[in-house]
Design a protein around this ligand. Structure first.
Ligand SMILES: NC(=O)CC[C@H](N)C(=O)O
Length: 312
């Protein structure tokens, strides 16, 4: 089956534009509460080099936790498998900002995609430098991946989270007590809040995700990560990328995906496509409500679930 992707994108945009229940925009970060929930964007970068876009695909939004995929990639580049001594790789079954497991598990977060895990990853990426060095490295990395130097950080969003991120401060301090955060907490959180405040459009995000559909290669031929590492990052996205709704996402969509509270989702179909969707309203688990529906519609129409048998 070769689906007409362009017609499919149009019908997804029409369906999502007409949806009445759009979820709730994140309000615990005051700057994000200002975003218009009527927006919807989708971009699909295919392995054969095509780009299909629809709706607000060129509007920038706060990538938030999607940044955890790029931060993990950088941290693995720095410390390799040693990272797994400080962060687990199991689904948490808890909310993204939960603290409950940390005490029982001695300050070792369940996985790199919940906030606690991403804070440890930010600590690794700091590597003894000032936050601006680590943040600059992250920005250069996403610009290189997407081939777009206009990608920037929204300082208002970073400042908004710096003044209200009490849960993240609690998580970071708690892990510092166990020695699993090694730099001063304000430097680690400065790094983390700024990476979350990177703004990208669906088009830029789909382009940035291409290395994960191409076995770790940049389309320009350069190697970003080894094939094994790309496979493992995809595995973590599938099992942990939607927090305590990761099972439901695998059930409904069946594609490795990472969500953010800005309403974006990056989804990877190995060997086929890197997809970004964005719709700011969230469901109860903090994942984009219509973004998830759009990916379900796309996966059903294309047969792109990684659990489907390939054509034979
Ligand atoms: N799920 C998310 O996107 C959470 C990211 C957000 N910056 C936070 O730490 O709360």
């Amino acid at each position: 089956m070769t689906p007409d992707l362009s017609a499919l994108v149009d019908s997804i945009v029409a369906r999502m534009g007409a949806a009445e229940d759009r979820g709730q925009v994140a309000s615990y970060i005051p700057e994000l509460a200002k975003v218009d929930p009527a927006q919807f964007g989708i971009a699909i970068a295919t392995a054969d080099g095509r780009m299909l876009t629809g709706g607000d695909a060129d509007t920038s939004f706060s990538i938030q936790s999607i940044s955890k995929v790029f931060a993990l990639t950088l941290a693995l580049g720095k410390v390799g498998d040693q990272l797994w001594q400080r962060v687990g790789r199991e689904p948490s079954g808890n909310a993204f900002n939960s603290i409950v497991q940390l005490e029982q598990e001695h300050g070792i977060p369940r996985n790199p995609f919940i906030n606690a895990g991403a804070i440890v990853v930010a600590d690794v990426n700091l590597g003894g430098h000032q936050p601006r060095v680590a943040i600059g490295e992250m920005l250069r990395f996403v610009r290189y991946l997407s081939g777009d130097d206009s990608i920037a950080i929204n300082e208002d969003v970073a400042a908004s989270e710096t003044t209200t991120g009490f849960r993240n401060m609690a998580l970071a301090n708690y892990m510092r007590a166990f020695g699993n955060v090694r730099h001063p907490v304000d430097l680690v959180l400065g790094t983390y809040f700024h990476q979350c405040a990177i703004e990208m459009s669906c088009r830029q995000l789909a382009l940035a995700g291409r290395y994960l559909m191409l076995d770790g290669r940049h389309p320009d031929g350069g190697r970003v990560v080894s094939p094994g590492r790309a496979r493992r990052i995809n595995a973590l996205m599938l099992t942990c990328g939607h927090y305590d709704a990761s099972g439901d996402f695998a059930f409904r969509v069946g594609i490795p995906g990472k969500s953010g509270v800005g309403g974006g989702i990056l989804a990877i179909v190995p060997g086929r496509a890197a997809i970004a969707v964005w719709c700011p309203g969230l469901n109860d688990n903090g994942n984009s409500m219509l973004g998830t529906q759009a990916l379900q519609m796309l996966a059903e129409a294309t047969g792109w679930s990684v659990f489907s048998a390939p054509e034979f």
